[in-house]
Each structure stands twice: as structure tokens, then as C-alpha cells.
Design a protein around this ligand. Sequence first.
Ligand code: NAD
Length: 485
Amino acid sequence: MIDSLVKVDNTIDGVFINGSWVHTDEYFEVFNPANEEVIARVSRAKVDNVYEAISASKLALGFWKKLKPFERNKYILGIIDTLEVNKKSLAEIITLEQGKPLHEAISEIEKCCDYIKWFTEENLRINDYSLYSTSPNTEINVKYEPIGVVAAITPWNLPVGSIIRKIIPALCVGCTVILKPSSQTPLSAIKLVQLVSDYLPNGILNLISTNQDEIVGEILSSHEDIDLLTFTGSTETGQKIIRNSSSSVKKLILELGGSAPFIVFKDCDIDKTIESIINAKFRNAGQTCISVNRLYIEKGIEDTFINKLVAKVKKIKVGDGFKSGVEMGPLINQRAINKVEEHVTDAVLKGAKVITGGNRIKRKGFFYEPTIITNVKLNMKVMQEETFGPVLPIAYFEDHKQLIEDINRNKYGLCAYIYTKSQKTAKKMVDGLDFGIISVNNERPTQVSVPFGGFKNSGFGKESGREGLLEFLRLKSVYFDDLHS
Ligand code: NAD
């Protein structure tokens, strides 16, 4: 599966700088979360490599930013073909190092192709514009320029998707990029860069693999030559980046944690709603930023609803993502298991009842049972924090106003799901809920053309949509007065 990456001794050598794979003497190990075995050793960038990557990106910017959007598109569009041809092998690497079922990994790559198509098309529609002046001899132009050198720091849960959502809009508008993927999932990033780099001029995209997150993160956050840092990951790391970047006053895009509520009203279609919860909760073993973190059911249907839901949850097939029929893979690592166990224990100690699941699965790998808990209270970790695992706490409600207050009393504001047939109820919820994305009777609010991003501790800035391109541009307002030809 990783044969094309490995050179000698199960070791993947080199960080990608200025169009070449540069040897480093240091390595770190990558594990398969389905069996806890080492998959490979990967080059760890030295501090000097990080500075070299920044210099290469700055140098390449001069050429890249001067191209017209359609000229840059000629380079970028080739990436779609290579992703389509190599879809299966890249998806296999994702499943190997991240654990998600192979079909989920394949759809992650397919979505990447959609992103590239959409960004390259939309990029052609961004134009400078003129404004009328209040003085007769003045002409005013507002010009878009690429912001410059971009550092992209990505998480492990969408190991290729989160990279594409950052590097493609940046490259489209004329920025150059230094990519630092998660140390949990560097293999798919390396494979992606191998494929993509065939199409790009030297220095336009550079890759720094490392597990020395604090050291490299600090350099990328504070370096004066990096104009924008785009980060997807936990709120805690996002806060460190804000602190570390303050001296260089660079632009940040922060896509951080979430605690998505899923609200079920009495008038919903119960069977369809349950299908949606299963997908929106247990996809990627509950490890997406928009995974349902807390379920609220309107009183009156709770018994029927929970019985049906539990029956379905018990049938979820958990296992190695390569096995056919598997619907849920392992969690990423021991730390993830510890967090899930801590949240379930906290809930039980505060009076919650485990209806199904509630335990680590006794086998090799970081597997945890799909879990449902009831009797939950607002002060439990499962209701306040991001569990990032296959645990679904269920609360009940009657009063809609109180519901909105309870849901908003949480530091996150990324995504909320509402299931009702009533337009009036849906509109009231949309107006009252403090979330960047609200999804009514829809379990997958991730369309390429729609801005994606959260409020409050879920971060700021948008990915996807036209706004996802505009983030990488800066505006120059130009006043022309008294010019002679
Ligand atoms: P993480 O914060 O541990 O790591 C994210 C990235 O930051 C990794 O590449 C990591 O190596 C790097 N990093 C770690 N310490 C750093 C530092 N001090 N400075 C700079 N970079 C550093 O997050 P994770 O566990 O990889 O990902 C899971 C989190 O990501 C969850 O909270 C999830 O909600 C969030 N996420 C958010 C979105 C979104 O769009 N809002 C999407 C996916 C995931």
C-alpha cells in the first residue's frame, strides 16, 4: 500500500522543499490505529528545513503571483486527473494510517476533486473593480492581490480533504504554500504531494513532516515571511497559534473544534431522522468537527425514538476499515480513547445511564463501542466539550426558548442540526442558534460552494465557497489623480 513511498527499510525519506525531496537524518513512526503496529518511519524536518521551506515559498511567490488565474489553473487542473487515477491507492493509505472505512476514504478523495473543479472555476470570476470618485479628476480601483506565503497546518481526521481545502484556494489565487500535515497521518500527505508536485513549478508547494509540533508550529506561527496561517485542529492548538502569531501580526484562518447539537422535534420523520443521526454521529467514528456531539429530543416521542435508535446503533459493524461491510473504524490513538473514557466516566459519575456501549472493545487497535447515554445534564463533559468519538448523549426538551439557551450555553459554535417539518420552528431555531452552519433535515452540510466555518471557540475565517478563495487575497485600494499618458 505504501510501496510507492518507501525507499529502504520501511522508511519514507525526505521533506519536500523547492521541488526536491530533501534527506533528513531524523525520523518518527506512524501507526495503524486498527492494530497499533508501526506502518513506517517518516522523515522529521529539522529546524533548518522549515526555514528553507519558507525561503523557497517566498522566492517562488514572485513567479506564481504574476500569472493570470487561467494560467495557474493550467497547472492545478492536472491534479484532478492524478487524484482520479490514484484514488484507490491514496484512499488505502488514509485507511491504513487513519482507520476510517475504505469507502469513506474514497469519498474523501472524490470530494477533493469537486473542490479543485469548483475553486479553479470560481477563481476566474474574481475581478478587480472600479468605484466612482467624489472628486472629478480621480479614478478609483480596488485590486485583489494574493496575500503571499501561506502556512497550512492540518489535522488527521480528514487527512487529504483538509489539505486540499487549504492548498488549492491558496494556489489558485497566487499564493505559495508550506504544508505541515498531522504527525498521525503524514503518509497520505506525502503521497498527495508526490502526486501533485508533478504538476506544480518548484517552490510553489512545500511539505514539512514532523512530530515536533510545538517547535515547528511556533516557527510557522511567528515567522515574518509567512503572511497567512490557515489551521484546522483543536481549539487548544488554535489558541497557541493566536498567541505565537501575535508578534508578526499575520492573518489567521482557524477552523477549530465543535460540539454539534442535533435537535429532534416531535413532527419529524422518525425513521429518516434516525438514519441521519447514525451517519452524522458515527461517520469517521465520531471524529469530524461536525459530528453530532449531543442529541436533544422533544418530549413525547422519546421512548419510540430511543428504542429505534438503539436497535440501529447496536447493528453498526465496527472493525478494520479494510474489511468489507465495516461501517465504523477505530479511533486515532490511545489519547482519543482516554478522552472518550474520561467523558463517559464523568457522565456516569454525575448520574447518566449507559443504554448501549460504554466500553473499549477488547482487541488490538483503538476501538470503542458505539455508545448511547441518557439522563444527561448540562454540566457533564459530554454536553460541554468535544468528545470526538462514538458517544451520543441524549437530553430531552419541551420549551423551545429554553432549548436555544441551553444549546448556546457552550463555547463552540460550528454546526447545528435541526429535524422538523415545520418551517416556523426551523426558522425560529435558525435565528436563535449561535452556529456558523445550520442544517435543517440535512445530515451533510458540506457543499463545496458554501462557506464553511464556525463562531465562538470554533474559530474564524471560512473554507469552501467564494469566501474560501477570498481569504487568500488582500485588497489594495488605489486612487489615481492627475495622471498623464
Ligand atoms: P490538533 O490541534 O491536535 O492538531 C492539528 C494540527 O496542529 C496537527 O498538524 C498538529 O501537528 C498541529 N499542532 C499541534 N500543536 C501545535 C502547535 N503548538 N502549533 C502549531 N501546530 C500544532 O488537532 P487534531 O487532533 O489533529 O484534530 C482534531 C481537531 O480538529 C478537533 O478538535 C476537530 O474538531 C478539529 N477540526 C476542525 C475542523 C473545522 O473545520 N472546524 C475540521 C476538522 C477538524
